[in-house]
Write a protein that binds this ligand. Structure first.
Ligand code: PDD
Length: 284
């Protein structure tokens, strides 16, 4: 059975959904996106994703074609129509279709697309038990990584470099310091302290990051928001990543070197449990 997707106000079978070849998302990657996870048919941290979406649009002087209330309704309707229990909702808004010109068009109507991805057992990903392996690569993305744009080619290349090296993902580095993973925020744990890069234009302000750091502080764990080096990561007791699709995922190897005893550490395990439990409670 084909999926129902949402395009510019209409719910359509995926094979009938169309976007113009002149769409600036296609021609210029002139668009922003969000990925919201779904557990038990409910959306995790919808509010956080809607707030970041509004910020991304604002930074690109793009108008927001939908209110937060209507956006929530579209998310819920897609979950209903596609009978999603565990999975993801992908949302993309572009500046719309216009004759090709580098300058922003004045009168384009934004394009809005949403679709679902079913991920049965999303919270029971077996990788959480074994942990993942990462390699480090130079961060060659543009300088406004705080805007969640659809320019994802370098992160895609990073994933392929990781695969080729027999790893699961890549951590990107700048001046010897880790910025973030290809599609997640990066953390290390040393002597019980959780260390993750501070917010700025160099990384995406993860919605999962925000929640996890809050839960960590509430559980009296120590948190330090600062850049950390690859050497520090190799010498760490634990490492992990966070994202809407992986929640909290332990990292057990960096560039072929084991982290701690090469198994998921207690801090990552505890944070994963707390995050999933607390997020389920507030899911809408
Ligand atoms: N990626 N950093 C980058 C570069 C990301 O692409 C993501 C999310 C994150 C984590 O953000 P959040 O916790 O809000 O998901 C950090 C999504 C999941 C994706 O592109 O599929």
């Amino acid at each position: 059975m084909s999926r129902t997707v949402y395009v510019n106000g209409e719910y359509l079978p995926e094979e009938d959904a169309k976007v113009s070849v002149f769409d600036r998302g296609f021609l210029f990657a002139d668009g922003v996106y969000e990925v919201t996870s779904v557990l038990g048919g409910k959306l995790l941290d919808f509010d956080g994703h809607a707030t970041r979406l509004a910020r991304s649009l604002g930074e690109l002087e793009m108008s927001n074609p939908i209110t937060k209330e209507d956006l929530l309704e579209v998310h819920r309707e897609l979950l209903r129509r596609n009978a999603i229990d565990d999975g993801l909702v992908y949302l993309q808004i572009t500046r719309g279709a216009a004759d090709r010109d580098f300058a922003y068009p004045v009168d384009a109507t934004p394009t809005i697309v949403l679709f679902t991805q079913a991920k049965p057992g999303l919270a029971d990903n077996p990788m959480a038990k074994t942990g993942m392996k990462v390699i480090t690569i130079e961060d060659r993305r543009w300088g406004r990584r705080d805007i969640k744009t659809v320019q994802l080619l370098y992160p895609s290349m990073g994933k392929m470099m990781a695969k080729a090296a027999g790893a699961d993902d890549a951590w990107m580095t700048e001046d010897g310091h880790v910025t973030e993973g290809t599609s997640n925020n990066a953390y290390i744990v040393k002597d019980g302290k959780i260390i993750t890069r501070h917010l700025g234009e160099e990384i995406l302000h993860g919605i999962t990051r925000k929640a996890v750091l809050r839960f960590a502080r509430e559980a009296q764990m120590q948190v330090e928001e600062r850049p950390f080096t690859v050497e520090e990561a190799r010498a760490a007791d634990e490492a992990f990543v966070t994202s809407a699709s992986s929640f909290v995922m332990p990292v057990v190897e960096i560039d072929g070197a084991a982290i701690g005893n090469a198994t998921p550490g207690p801090v990552a395990k505890r944070l994963r449990e707390i995050y999933i439990e607390e997020s389920r409670k507030t899911a809408i």
